[in-house]
Structures are given as C-alpha cells and as structure tokens.
Design a protein around this ligand. Structure first.
Ligand code: SAH
Length: 246
C-alpha cells in the first residue's frame, strides 16, 4: 500500500517536473527528506494532523502542487499566507526552484521548522517570515508586489481575500485551495472580492489519487490596486467580515 502510493506520487511528480532524470531524483529525495523532518518534528511541535507517511505525500505534497494546474509561469514571485509547515509554498518551491517564494506564518515554532527545512534542503530565494498577514500587508516592501498569492486552510474566503489582495500586483492572481461545500462562503467571497479589487476568474476541481473530497482551486484576478484601508486589523475583520449582507 505504502509503496503503491509512493509510485503514484512519483508519477504525479513527473507531470510537474520537466527536467532530466537526475534532477527528478534530487527532487524526490527532497520530498522524502521533507516528509521525514515533518513527521519527526511533529512529535514535538504541533505542525500537522496528518501523521501517516502515505497521506503526507498526497494530502500535503500533491495537494500543494495542484496549484500548478492553474498557474505555472517562469520566475513567479509567490506569497503563501499562513503556510504552517510550508503548504502549499514549500513543495512549489521544490519543483519550481526559480520561483521567489515568501512564506508568512504567525506561529514562531512553525517558522523555526520552516527555516530548518529551507536550510536542510538548501533552497535559495525562499524566506519564512514570522508575522501576521494583516500587519505585514501594510509594509511598503510587500504591498502589491506578488504575481501570485496563495493560502490553504487559513480562514474563510472574505477574510482570505482581505489578507491576500493587498499583496497582489494588478494583473496578479490570488489562488485559494479549498475543500467541501462553499456555496454560502462563495457568495460572500465574491462580494468581498469586489471591495478589495479582485474578481473570481476560475473555479477548478482537484482530484487527488484515491480522494474524492471536493477539493478545488479558486483563482481570482487582482484587477485594481487594493484600497489602502485593507486589511483592517484582526478585531475589525472578525467583527465585520467583508461581503456580509447588511
Ligand atoms: N497552510 C497550511 C497551514 C494551515 S493551518 C496547510 O494548509 O497545511 C493555518 C495556519 O495559518 C496556522 O499555522 C496559523 O498560525 C496561520 N495563520 C492564521 N492566521 C494567520 C495570519 N493572519 N497571518 C499569518 N499566519 C496566520
């Protein structure tokens, strides 16, 4: 069972990695090392609820790489908000070494893990930043400067859009990895998007090997600069989420 899934993982990896065999081997080694460190650290630091080695391959690594099915441009500058143990940003960095990747994470211990992983895998042009998106978004160096902003399992759509849009350049994409029934959330999300200058462009189903759990990628285009007042502080966001009907 375990080896079958490893084979499946390698098959899927091949779809994303257009490179020589030796490069592909290095990439596989990097993923296996990442998995080993993740499960090892997870016994001491709360990093993930997924503890089966097979599931890490599919639900963390492949799920992260699914973003490439809707966005895959050379030299992209990507921001991952609330990356946790690195998802989806770090797997993307492993298979797209030329991308510039920034990982934002509010929990210090997770940032320590990310820094350990970046060092262990000797990755360049990827930085883990300890902080909250709603605060970092008001720093000039990060404002409107990313080609793609992503997040998985961090907040509801209105909150995610308010976090993400300020970082996105005009013409850039916000790609949110979601799961389950979104009907209500999507209505609010679309209204929130209008307020922050983004528009839903695509809604793509994701099928991972052996799973049929309604995963999808919501792709938003940043059509206008996000107004300066966003994101509001955490309290205001929680009290009055964007896109709520009054
Ligand atoms: N994206 C990862 C982690 C999801 S858990 C994955 O899919 O596996 C959500 C993570 O987001 C937590 O690690 C939490 O610390 C972080 N987080 C929540 N709100 C945040 C914020 N406003 N800014 C930065 N990180 C945040």
């Amino acid at each position: 069972m375990g080896n079958d899934l490893l084979d499946t993982f390698v098959e899927c990896l091949r779809m994303f990695v257009i490179a020589s065999d030796s490069l592909e081997e290095t990439i596989l080694e990097q993923f296996l090392r990442y998995r080993q460190e993740l499960l090892d650290w997870n016994t001491r630091v709360n990093l993930t609820a997924i503890t089966s080695p097979e599931e890490v391959l599919i639900k963390h690594f492949l799920d992260s790489l699914s973003l490439l099915s809707v966005y895959d441009r050379p030299g992209a500058h990507l921001l991952d908000i609330g990356t946790g143990a690195g998802f989806p940003g770090l797997p993307l960095k492993i298979v797209r070494p030329r991308w510039k990747v920034l990982l934002f994470e509010a929990t210090g211990k997770k940032v320590t893990f990310l820094q350990h992983m970046i060092e262990t895998l000797q990755l360049q042009d990827v930085v883990a930043v300890h902080g909250r998106a709603e605060e970092l978004a008001h720093k000039a160096e990060y404002r409107a400067s990313f080609d793609v902003v992503t997040a998985r399992a961090v907040a509801s759509l209105p909150t995610l859009l308010e976090y993400a849009a300020p970082f996105c350049r005009v013409g850039g994409k916000i790609i949110l990895l979601k799961k389950g029934d979104l009907a209500e959330e999507l209505i609010q999300g679309k209204r929130a998007a209008q307020q922050v200058g983004a528009v839903l462009e695509d809604d793509v189903a994701v099928r991972l090997p052996g799973l049929d759990d309604g995963r999808r990628l919501l792709v938003w285009e940043q059509q206008k600069l996000c107004p300066k007042q966003y994101p509001r502080n955490g309290g205001a966001m929680a009290k009055k989420p964007l896109g709520m009907e009054r």
